[in-house]
Ligand binder design. Structure first.
Ligand SMILES: Nc1nc2c(ncn2[C@@H]2O[C@H](COP(=O)(O)OP(=O)(O)OP(=O)(O)O)[C@@H](O)[C@H]2O)c(=O)[nH]1
Ligand SMILES: [Mg+2]
Length: 370
């Protein structure tokens, strides 16, 4: 690593100085004011987690958004009522996660499906792939049809979960089997119009972060603009792959249009961890009036295979993390210049959205519709 910024005045020595990353690496419970000012929690796009008991719903939400280590999920208690969690750390990633108990009964009159599915942006259905999933498929079908009756714009996401216990062959087989049964059940019911997306996930590796990134991206209306900006940046800088990360959650809210391979994503996630850890450990030593970590801060890691990892802060919540070849990095000046243009453009996207939200606070709910 050649250089990185470190912060100074924060009591925990974290990465959180002047206009930098958030104070704590935990979202904390309850309502927080996001960078856009307070948006009513009911109007935030909602991601609903459903699935049979013990399928791993609460573990997913805790690992991705509360930094719980995967092993600690062994001690999570079964969820007995809906847990509503507000994720408001970044102006782009502002949503609510509703974690449902596994044993919900759709036929219970207390189950208000209009309310639950009405404002729902995405429904993640979690299936335990290590278990017999026949019951889960029945429940998936019930859930999807019920939700679709209320709200046709919901994105249906199926997490084939706990795949850490499966061999590669069994993973593919499980995915094919679940995909086939789920879509057959829907077409038998005359509901071919419903699109289900499938992901193989585990909390023991990066797959859960990658899958969640893709779910969240579908709820970001500015996604095409962000992707376009990333495409322009990489093609003019000789960068191979670029991710725009929400630093706290390690969700990438956008990437350029070249395919994502898991290894690159993992490398970039690891880089964020390294930068944050180093800043946490050494941040306190820095006593230069809190400006050591500012918009000029960056981190460069050279790998021994001729690849460079390059991280730059874009704003308080977002970081750009890129992979590029060492020889391309000889033109660092050009890359830096392009990055500045990129950052300004991102800022404009934020500004437009902030203004729009301030003008019409209720417009937040408009994001729920396609
Ligand atoms: N091997 C493995 N185990 C997992 C994974 N995710 C969750 N688990 C385990 O699955 C068990 C159940 O997890 P929970 O998160 O409580 O499941 P839930 O779906 O919230 O369950 P209910 O609240 O009862 O509906 C825990 O022991 C977790 O450690 C995973 O990716 N791999
Ligand atoms: Mg639970």
């Amino acid at each position: 690593m050649s250089s990185y910024g470190a912060e100074s005045d924060h009591p925990h020595g974290s990465y959180s100085v002047v206009e930098s990353f958030p104070d704590a690496y935990d979202y904390g419970p309850g309502e927080e004011e996001g960078a856009l000012g307070s948006i009513g929690s009911e109007s935030k796009p909602r991601i609903v987690l459903m699935g049979l008991r013990r399928s791993g719903k609460s573990s997913i939400s805790k690992v991705v958004f509360h930094k719980l280590s995967p092993n600690e999920t062994l001690f999570l208690e079964s969820t007995s009522k809906v847990v509503k969690d507000d994720i408001s750390n970044s102006s782009f990633v502002q949503f609510q996660i509703w974690d449902f108990p596994g044993q919900i009964d759709f036929f219970d009159p207390a189950f208000d499906s209009d309310h639950i599915f009405g404002g729902c942006g995405a429904l993640i259905f979690v299936i335990d792939a290590q278990d017999d999933y026949r019951d889960a498929l029945v429940r998936l079908h019930q859930t999807v049809t019920r939700a679709y009756q209320v709200n046709q714009s919901i994105k249906f996401e199926v997490f084939i979960h706990k795949v850490d216990g499966l061999t590669d062959d069994r993973k593919i087989e499980a995915q094919r089997d679940i995909h086939q049964h789920a879509t057959e059940d829907l077409s038998d019911a005359g509901l071919e119009g419903i699109h289900l997306s499938f992901y193989l996930t585990s909390i023991y590796d990066h797959s859960i972060f990658e899958a969640f990134s893709r779910v969240v991206q579908k709820l970001i209306p500015q996604l095409p603009t962000l992707e376009n900006l990333l495409n322009i940046l990489i093609s003019n800088s000789g960068i191979e792959k670029a991710f725009l990360f929400d630093v706290v959650s390690k969700i990438y809210i956008a990437t350029d249009s070249s395919p994502v391979d898991m290894q690159s994503y993992e490398l970039c996630c690891d880089m964020i961890d390294v930068v944050i850890d180093v800043s946490c450990i050494y941040g306190l030593r820095d006593d230069v009036d809190g400006t050591a970590y500012d918009q000029h801060s960056l981190s460069i890691i050279r790998l021994n295979n001729g690849t460079i990892l390059y991280l730059r802060e874009v704003n308080r919540f977002l970081a750009l993390v890129c992979l590029l070849r060492e020889d391309v990095f000889e033109r660092q000046g050009l890359i830096e210049y392009n990055f500045h243009c990129f950052r300004e453009a991102i800022q404009e996207v934020f500004d437009i959205r902030r203004k729009a939200m301030m003008a019409t606070p209720s417009s937040a709910s408009a994001r729920d519709s396609p």
